[in-house]
Write a protein that binds this ligand. Structure first.
Ligand SMILES: Cc1cc2nc3c(=O)[nH]c(=O)nc-3n(C[C@H](O)[C@H](O)[C@H](O)COP(=O)(O)OP(=O)(O)OC[C@H]3O[C@@H](n4cnc5c(N)ncnc54)[C@H](O)[C@@H]3O)c2cc1C
Length: 405
């Protein structure tokens, strides 16, 4: 069998989406996944409008809706006592808001992607295939892979590392510890929790609570009362220590100060929080996308949303090369454009939502934070609201402008 045009390493959301978009164009793709099944941990839930445009291009919005996706009514910022500071509302009417921010837990998005891929004969997903090394020459690229049948070498015209934060592709290209940026000294714990926030006045779907100790986010993620509660914790605690501290944390910061019998936690996962950007997103026939290329805290909308926008752009580049409409140089443009969108992310002093949550004094946050001041202005000034909405669109870039006419 001749090698596929594209080999994607990693069957996370970015790898599956890229395979789907390429496969729908009739392009042969092989996806290699180290695990024996899709990842089910509680991670991304919200997809900003820039990402939703790519999910629409992939043709899966209707199926996402059938899995329970919904249009969030917006995000607000509060003090620990629940006092509302300001918010960014969005219309939940699809006619008024054709490109909304959507909510759907990542495990459900993965199921939709996987189901769609199953109907594409030119896409093959190989589980329990762990990439361990790589190489390339002028004509082809290859990866060394550990498989249940022993070590193999698999080849393709182009190989895309969608293999997440610990990307083997990135480490093989640049070295194990070459991922410029920094890691916060605090950690976060992401939970999926059934709790009636609405009864405590939480009528916004996403709520960010500003507090030096008990900063957290509570966002409704389903229509049956499930909320994502992600909270800050001191760094260096073990899983057991975090679990032991959780009831006291919820008692201290959740509205209504509940006991464990008042809520039900169905997922509990601690995470370190990084802000990092790979040195390059293209090295010859190898490309990086999403978490393999950049990491961002999950409070600022630059996580998978940015990864999905990478994938849409990379799809246009690779499909353009495949059809003869684009030269290979378009991949250098991909590298420079996508990295430029992330430069500020690795600057520890840049203003990010996570910094706002634990650094601002809640009493004066509305005066001290440029971002909250802008949100407050947007409440009454449509031009200020339009400015904020435009800022979110800056992740996008149309690579087809570099096609030959
Ligand atoms: C608590 C939390 C909440 C978040 N919320 C949001 C949100 O609301 N919105 C948002 O946009 N983002 C959010 N994010 C970020 C988002 O979850 C990630 O950006 C996203 O999951 C990254 O997807 P990916 O496909 O790049 O990588 P991953 O999902 O990590 O997938 C990588 C895949 O590659 C496989 N792999 C790894 N190494 C190899 C190898 N050597 N060989 C073969 N396969 C390999 C892995 O097994 C895995 O399946 C959140 C993150 C966290 C932690």
């Amino acid at each position: 069998m001749s090698p596929p045009f594209v080999l994607v390493v990693g069957a996370g959301p970015s790898g599956l989406l890229l395979a789907l978009m390429l496969g729908k164009q009739g392009i042969s793709v092989q996806v290699l996944e180290a695990a024996d099944a899709l990842d089910d941990r509680p991670r991304a839930t919200h997809y900003a409008p820039t990402a939703v445009q790519e999910l629409r291009r992939a043709g899966i919005l209707n199926e996402m809706e059938a899995e329970g996706s919904f249009i969030s009514n917006g995000a607000c910022w509060r003090k620990l006592n629940g006092e509302f500071l300001t918010g960014l509302p969005q219309s939940t009417d699809p006619d008024q808001n054709p490109n909304p921010l959507l909510c759907l837990p990542l495990n459900k998005l993965n199921v939709v992607l996987h189901r769609n891929l199953a109907s594409l004969p030119q896409v093959e997903i190989l589980y329990s295939h762990k990439v361990t090394g790589l190489g390339q020459d002028d004509t082809i690229a290859w990866v060394q892979v550990d498989t249940p049948d022993g070590a193999k070498t698999l080849r393709a015209q182009y190989i895309v590392g969608c293999d997440g934060a610990n990307s083997q592709i990135r480490r093989s290209l640049f070295g194990d510890w070459e991922f410029p940026g920094f890691t916060w000294d605090k950690q976060i714990v992401a939970t999926n929790t059934y709790y009636p926030f609405e009864r405590h006045g939480y009528d916004w779907d996403s709520n960010f609570i500003i507090d030096p100790e008990h900063w957290f986010m509570a966002a409704r993620i389903s229509n049956d009362g499930l909320w994502r509660v992600t909270y800050g914790e001191v760094g260096g605690l073990s899983l057991e220590e975090l679990q032991a501290r959780q009831p006291a944390k919820f008692k201290a910061f959740l509205p209504g100060h509940p006991d464990p019998s008042d809520y039900q936690i169905v997922n509990f996962s601690p995470y370190k929080v990084h802000q990092r950007l790979a040195k390059k997103m293209r090295v010859g026939r190898f490309l990086l996308a999403a978490d393999a290329a950049h990491l961002c805290n999950p409070f600022g909308g630059l996580g998978l949303t940015g990864g999905i926008v990478d994938v849409g752009g990379l799809f246009d580049c690779l499909a353009g090369i495949y059809s003869g409409q684009a030269d290979e140089d378009i991949l250098d443009i991909y590298d420079s454009v996508r990295r430029s969108k992330y430069r500020t992310v690795v600057n520890p002093t840049s203003s990010t939502n996570i910094r706002l949550l634990f650094e601002q004094k809640p009493e004066t946050a509305l005066q001290d934070s440029d971002f909250l001041r802008a949100c407050k202005a947007a409440e009454t000034d449509p031009a200020a609201a339009a400015d904020l909405a435009q800022a979110a669109g800056r992740l996008q870039y149309d690579f087809t402008q570099h096609y030959r006419v």
